[in-house]
Design a protein around this ligand. Sequence first.
Ligand SMILES: NC(=O)c1ccc[n+]([C@@H]2O[C@H](COP(=O)([O-])OP(=O)(O)OC[C@H]3O[C@@H](n4cnc5c(N)ncnc54)[C@H](O)[C@@H]3O)[C@@H](O)[C@H]2O)c1
Length: 437
Amino acid sequence: MKKPTTIRPAHGPLAVLLPGLGAVATTAIAGVMLARRGLAEPIGSLTQMGTIRLGPRTEGRSPRIADFVPLAKMSDLVFGGWDIFRDDAYESALQADVLAREHLDLVEHELRSIRPMPAVFDPAYVRRLHGTHVKRAPTKADLVEQVREDIRRHMRQNDCQRAVAVWCASTEVYLEPTEVHRSVEAFERGLLKNDASIASSQIYAWACIKEGVPFANGAPNLTVDFPAAWELARKHEVPIAGKDFKTGQTLMKTVIAPALKARMLGVRGWFSTNILGNRDGEVLDDPGSFKSKEVSKLGALETIFRPDLHPALYRDLFHKVRIEYYPPRGDAKEGWDNIDLFGWLGYPMQMKIDFLCRDSILAAPIVLDLALFLDFAKRAGLYGIQEWLSFYFKCPMTAPGLDPEHDLFVQLKKLKNTLRWLMGEEPITHLGTEYYD
Ligand SMILES: NC(=O)c1ccc[n+]([C@@H]2O[C@H](COP(=O)([O-])OP(=O)(O)OC[C@H]3O[C@@H](n4cnc5c(N)ncnc54)[C@H](O)[C@@H]3O)[C@@H](O)[C@H]2O)c1
């Protein structure tokens, strides 16, 4: 990758476009509105709370990331989005039942001003939902044009010169890439022929890239992770990233697994189960959508443990992931893990993790960070797959043929070194050479 010579400044409002104004999106929007008025802290957001060490430890330089990198300010963000239901962001947030009413009421007026644009939606790809607020058009190519017009209108009406999009809509059924996903030309033909392997999320992504709008995918759908989309993103010089926000169970998995591997401890089995009762849980109760999530959640261990290199430790690893829809819990998900590991001379041990988390509270800061970093990436002249944002994803998109990096701390190091590199600072290798000079 060529280092940019100039980074365009973050002048003026930034449109943040969210397909799917459900629990995650409204929690992110309300949180930004509260934080920028000083009514709450943006906890969990690396861009707002994180620091970055620069130079040798002897220099003692550790600015806030937001002071080091020219990111857009929270006060510059103008939210918009699409949903299959007409509820404005306030009504949708009440329905999602994540944030307390006393929090939401402080920004009610602002939230109510965010009314979803009609969605691109086909229940063939999300079987548990039946929306009423949807676009109609003879072909999928026409739907792409309608989304492009939505983007332009939103930017015009809000006086925005820049926009980014983060997919916060429901998880679609599992789809493998087909012939239409091979090239830009094939995909364009598929749009005209209403090819069944082109799901709604791909239509949004295609429209965004054509409009020069960076796109991150918070769900495990294909969306923007196929050769035609990579090609289009390169052609239009648009950064893309995905997929599936790394929030609860996989966040912990990608911390614990590298620790066990670092000490060369073996693992025979890893059983993960979840109970959750929000709308996401209801959608994931459908086997097609669950398959998308299952594939996304299963990938991490294999890549971290590398049984091909360490057969004695991980050859027989049995990894199973379950998600159970359990309405009484709402958004307060519980993720259990049972790990059967073994140590010196093969003696067995167990580890249990019980994470009583809150799904959307963990996901909301990721939406904010991705919006700000993708906008920054575009201004810095980066485009195509942004591997340095793997930190935020369960199933990170990588350049074709490369294994994704799943270890959370390697991902963080990569993210911070990318920021250092872009801003003309030395990467930090942890060699500690300041003491050998
Ligand atoms: N919360 C987390 O921890 C987490 C982690 C990883 C991934 N995710 C993913 O993020 C997404 C959002 O999660 P959520 O809890 O907000 O779900 P949610 O069901 O509350 O919200 C999704 C919204 O998308 C809308 N929608 C569905 N299809 C649409 C379409 N084609 N166009 C526009 N809108 C559409 C739904 O009507 C709903 O309002 C899900 O795909 C979920 O799997 C969430």
